[in-house]
Design a protein around this ligand. Structure first.
Ligand code: PLP
Length: 319
């Protein structure tokens, strides 16, 4: 298997130019003082559709040939990948089908439809979504784009950290949220190329530490769907491409509890005045937990997204 390289991230950045937002890198003197390091927050909660996933989706769809464009794209997701594919397809004027569970939150279904995609529902308990998606793809001549294990997806995700380090200069440590590893593997490609001495870490929910187990045992470990408020990181296993890069380029993987995520979420709300979804808090929660080891150093934090139902957000903050 040929792993993508930083050159592919550079090519992705060119495709995203003028389409993706160049998101801000924010500082917080309160964070620096409280945890004793210099933090640089790359705010993908301000990306189009509210998460970094726009980068990978748009990059992948931009590479479709004429036949693929005509047939369109199909994906299964009830989260940010669904909205990223739907928006990218609309911008590139191609049809999109998103396969979602019947019990997906109405707001997510509406958001995806709002971007112009057709939503096909399936029953989580009786139907196999992968088989259904494959059948639909064949019937309708659509190309399937997975949420993380695809070279064009992960190199698109890597453009966020490319922008970060180009703006900040070399960093000593970089913390990245980890689900299936698209964001972490792409980030690692950029960090290795632009700041070779920077240590790169993934942070995942304690309830679902398959990435940590995989890195430590050297093979992809599969787990049951973890119970955590970090719904964007409820993946059961890393991908072949993402793990190939992570095992080579990532220094370590840490875990945090849901309570630590809520603490980070509250900090973002109270001190930095921004809404970050629970999954988007993983990286900073991990950095706070490691504050002794990173004291006095330059630390990049990727805030991955800000899509959270407001009543759920309020309930979490008042818990
Ligand atoms: C998808 C997602 C993640 C996890 O990304 P992977 O590429 O699957 O590791 C993290 N945060 C948010 C907000 C996401 O939508």
């Amino acid at each position: 298997m040929q792993l993508p390289t930083y050159d592919d991230v550079i090519a992705a950045a060119a495709r995203l130019q003028g389409h993706a937002h160049r998101t801000p890198v924010l500082r917080s003197t309160t964070a620096d003082a409280r945890w004793g390091a210099s933090f640089f927050f790359k705010c993908e909660n301000f990306q189009r559709m509210g998460a970094f996933k726009f980068r990978g989706a748009f990059n992948a769809l931009s590479k479709f040939d004429a036949t693929q464009r005509k047939g369109g794209v199909i994906a299964f997701s009830s989260g940010n990948h669904a909205q990223a594919i739907a928006l990218s397809a609309r911008l590139l004027s191609m049809p999109a089908v998103i396969v979602m569970p019947k019990d997906a939150p109405a707001a997510k279904v509406a958001a995806t439809q709002g971007y112009g995609a057709e939503v096909v529902m399936y029953d989580r308990f009786t139907e196999d979504r992968e088989a259904l998606t494959k059948r639909l793809a064949q019937e309708r001549g659509m190309t399937m784009i997975p949420p993380y294990d695809h070279p064009d997806v992960l190199t698109g995700q890597g453009t966020a950290v490319k922008e970060l380090i180009e703006e900040t200069g070399p960093l000593d440590h970089l913390f990245v949220c980890l689900g299936g590893g698209g964001l972490l593997s792409g980030s690692a490609l950029s960090a290795r190329a632009l700041a070779p001495d920077c240590k790169v870490y993934g942070v995942e929910p304690e309830a679902g530490n398959d990435g940590q187990q995989s890195l430590r045992t050297g093979k992809i470990v599969r787990i049951e769907t973890p119970k955590t408020i970090a719904d964007g990181a409820q993946t059961q296993y890393l991908g072949e491409y993402t793990f190939g890069i992570i095992r080579r380029d990532v220094d370590d993987i840490f875990t945090v509890t849901d309570a630590q995520l809520v603490d980070a979420m509250r900090f973002f709300a109270e001190r930095m005045k921004m809404v970050v979804e629970p999954t988007g808090c993983l990286a900073f929660a991990g950095a706070i937990a490691a504050s002794k080891a990173i004291a006095g150093q330059r630390v990049g934090i990727v805030i991955s997204g800000g899509n959270v139902d407001l009543s759920r957000y309020a309930a979490l903050l008042s818990s």
